[in-house]
Design a protein around this ligand. Structure first.
Ligand SMILES: Nc1nc2c(ncn2[C@@H]2O[C@H](COP(=O)(O)OP(=O)(O)OP(=O)(O)O)[C@@H](O)[C@H]2O)c(=O)[nH]1
Ligand SMILES: [Mg+2]
Length: 683
């Protein structure tokens, strides 16, 4: 069940005057929400890319990023959390803490982002904010308490009580724009007293000032309580819980008040950079967050437009002005800022200058995402976001040759914009291979290629690159002789092939150990070439043969009929003849897999890993999670993201990286050879 982040963002933009009209995600008017601007987002009703906007609420400037919820687009969440000073974790009051909530909450923790929680959809049947709050305590280990109480629930949901100010709020007018403040209904006074006490107690546990007043039984004013909640939230020791219904326009304005009251402003957050002019161990500098210092800005996202690159910047210190020269600390390049804008989803609003704390975009500045810009007076770099490695690959091909231009244009753009999307060529088949975070991730790009670039593409099955190798020394002695009519061919090669010792830096070695003039030395390069060519395609399944040494010890030549071609052919045939006797094996890429799953799923996950022929090399407990390390064949891991997601209700995370090529099992080898020969026979 979706949490409605985009629906909530739409209300925020409406109440802050950034949009004049509310449009629903997949609404009947066909317009769609402001923050889901991409055609495919409107079509599917899901957020694929995060959208950036800004607003002003009661005098405070707020930059907002609406992120996708789906784990395949996790990079969008990573980069948003990298640059935001505070976050609103939106939960559904019926669905509660879901798998993606856990993942996102873990990311918020990684970037040490203070957060508040919004329990949405109180109008839904089965809405139970207290159940969700308890789940946050147990599943997310949040130290948390409600700062509001609902007046009525489900169909009868009509307003909220503010536990700090002790007032009741109702939302009148067509869009709930008219907030009516009333006294607390008398039948709710006891409950309110109870919940307020719970709030004070919970905050007291992590705030000494409030604890003192609470223990001394002093009366606690609104301002005391508000101050304590703010301190505890910014210190990431407490998460205040707000409630409402975004779609019914109930509770959005108090949430905005909460964002201003409890989340930090830029100068209250510590941000660090590395000073490249200093030693590695002592180069961390704290940024002031003030406009007075030298400019330090992080490029966290970019978009490739037909007319140039749009680069999103978070400014951490200093000021940036249109026309300024800024320096890319990574490349050392000095660039003039031709255009400075504030993004309102896809709209660009031109501005002349921007300050520390703001999120803006520059147009026409080429850089990579993760680059740091300064005014040139300092050499600071900021750490970039965590970029996970792609987990699966697919072969793609445009259906017709005419589409090749647009096909590569689209892939180039996607690859530059999304660091989790990789494009490569399969050296063996020459096909374009795309890699990414999961099936949805790759599907979306194939779909975008069709919608935005009019390129229909065929998609293959995921595959891995096998290799072959020899395990035993074998001798060869091959005479290639053709002396009937015309120019003859004559060449004889004698020697052996053997496996290279483990850990050799090269994958193919050729050694000439000829003594005397059995073969004139000018033919030796052709012999080496012949063996190399033959090793390009092993006899087992046609994949390259690696870790092999070819030694030439003897041979024979003919005064007239020997030629480079004759010796090259002799070598190719010699290799093919002796290769089967060398006990060749197929090698497959083996991955280092690291999993983190809630302990309750450990048994199921390990059982499945065994079935996939993974070897478990580590299994540790980390709080409620099991951290499992395994080595497993990539070929058995396709679809694993999906499998793990369903095995663990989406709560499992894993990373996978290439470790080495190792021999496949005998059964697998037999099967692969059978398939290869079968395919060859049908060709
Ligand atoms: N009953 C009810 N429905 C709501 C409420 N708020 C939003 N919805 C509906 O729930 C759905 C939420 O969709 P989105 O706003 O796109 O959710 P999201 O969290 O942005 O989804 P992703 O970005 O794809 O992760 C929409 O169909 C909304 O109409 C609410 O308060 N009550
Ligand atoms: Mg959304």
């Amino acid at each position: 069940m979706k949490q409605s982040k985009t629906t909530l963002a739409e209300r925020i933009l409406f109440f802050t005057g950034q949009i004049r009209q509310i449009h629903e995600v997949r609404g009947k008017d066909g317009v769609g929400a402001k923050m889901d601007s991409m055609d495919l987002e409107k079509l599917k009703g899901i957020t694929i890319q995060s959208a950036t906007t800004y607003c002003n609420w009661k005098g405070s400037n707020i930059n907002i990023i609406d992120t996708p919820g789906h784990v395949d687009f996790t990079i969008e969440v990573e980069r948003a959390l990298r640059v935001l000073d505070g976050a609103v974790l939106v939960l559904c009051s019926a669905g509660g803490v879901q798998s993606q909530s856990i993942t996102v909450d873990r990311q918020m923790r990684r970037y040490e982002v203070p957060r508040i929680m919004f329990i949405n959809k109180l109008d839904l049947a089965g809405a139970d904010p207290w159940k969700v709050l308890n789940q946050a305590r147990s599943k997310l280990r949040h130290h948390t308490a409600a700062v509001q109480l609902p007046i009525g629930l489900e169909k009868a949901f009509e307003g909220l009580i503010d536990l700090v100010k002790l007032k009741a709020y109702y939302f009148h007018g067509k869009y709930g724009e008219d907030v009516v403040v009333k006294e607390i209904p008398s039948d709710m006074e006891a409950l309110v007293a109870d919940k307020r006490r719970e709030l004070i107690e919970t905050v007291s546990e992590v705030d000494d000032i409030l604890a003192e007043a609470f223990l001394a039984d002093e009366t606690i004013s609104d301002a005391d309580l508000e101050g304590a909640i703010r301190r505890a939230t910014i210190a990431r020791k407490f998460i205040p819980v707000f409630m409402g219904s975004a779609a019914k326009n109930t509770g959005v304005q108090p949430l905005m008040d909460g964002i201003v009251s409890y989340l930090p402003c830029p100068i209250e957050v510590s941000n660090y950079a590395h000073d490249l002019s200093k030693n590695e161990n002592e180069n961390e500098v704290e940024l002031t967050g003030s406009p007075d210092g030298p400019l330090v800005a992080l490029a966290f996202k970019l978009k490739v437009k037909p007319v140039g690159q749009l680069t999103y910047l978070r400014i951490y210190e200093g000021v940036i002005r249109k026309g300024d020269c800024i320096v890319n600390v990574i490349s050392g390049k000095k660039i003039r800022v031709p255009r400075l804008v504030r993004m309102h989803s896809t709209e660009m609003h031109d501005i002349q200058e921007a300050y520390a704390g703001q999120i803006v975009a520059v147009f026409g500045v080429v850089c990579a995402s993760g680059d740091t810009f300064t005014d040139g007076s300092v050499k600071y770099t900021m750490t970039s976001m965590a970029v996970p490695e792609p987990v699966m690959s697919l072969a793609v091909q445009p259906v017709s040759k005419d589409l090749a231009g647009n096909f590569s244009k689209a892939l180039n753009r996607f690859q530059r914009e999304d660091p989790t999307f990789h494009v490569g060529l399969d050296p063996e088949s020459g096909q374009t291979i795309i890699s990414g975070m999961g099936e949805l991730h790759l599907d979306i790009y194939v779909e975008r290629m069709r919608m935005e670039y009019k390129v229909a593409a065929t998609v293959g099955k995921p595959s891995v690159n096998f290799r072959e190798t020899v395990t035993k020394r074998v001798d060869f002695d091959y005479l290639h002789k053709k002396q009937s009519g015309g120019q003859g061919q004559y060449g004889r090669v004698i020697g052996y092939i053997e496996p290279l010792p483990a850990g050799s830096p090269t994958k193919f070695e050729f050694e000439n150990m000829l003594i005397g003039q059995a073969i004139p030395s000018n033919f030796v390069p052709a012999i080496e070439k012949g063996f190399k060519e033959a090793a390009n395609s092993g006899a087992l399944i046609g994949h390259p043969v690696e870790n092999i040494r070819v030694v030439l010890t003897d041979g024979a030549a003919h005064a007239v009929d020997s030629s480079e071609l004759a010796f090259k052919l002799a070598s190719i045939y010699a290799f093919r003849q002796c290769y089967p006797a060398s006990k060749p094996v197929i090698l497959e890429p083996v991955m280092l897999v690291e999993l983190r799953v809630p302990a309750e799923f450990q048994g199921a996950v390990i059982g499945d890993l065994n079935k996939r022929k993974c070897v478990i090399v580590g299994n540790d407990q980390d709080e409620d999670d099991s951290v499992i390390t395994a080595h497993g064949p990539l070929n058995n891991m396709f679809g694993y993201a999906t499998a793990l997601r369903s095995m663990t209700q989406g709560k499992g995370e894993f990373t996978m990286e290439y470790k080495e090529h190792s021999p496949v099992s005998n059964d697998t080898q037999t099967l692969l050879i059978k398939t290869y020969n079968g395919n060859k026979a049908t060709e």
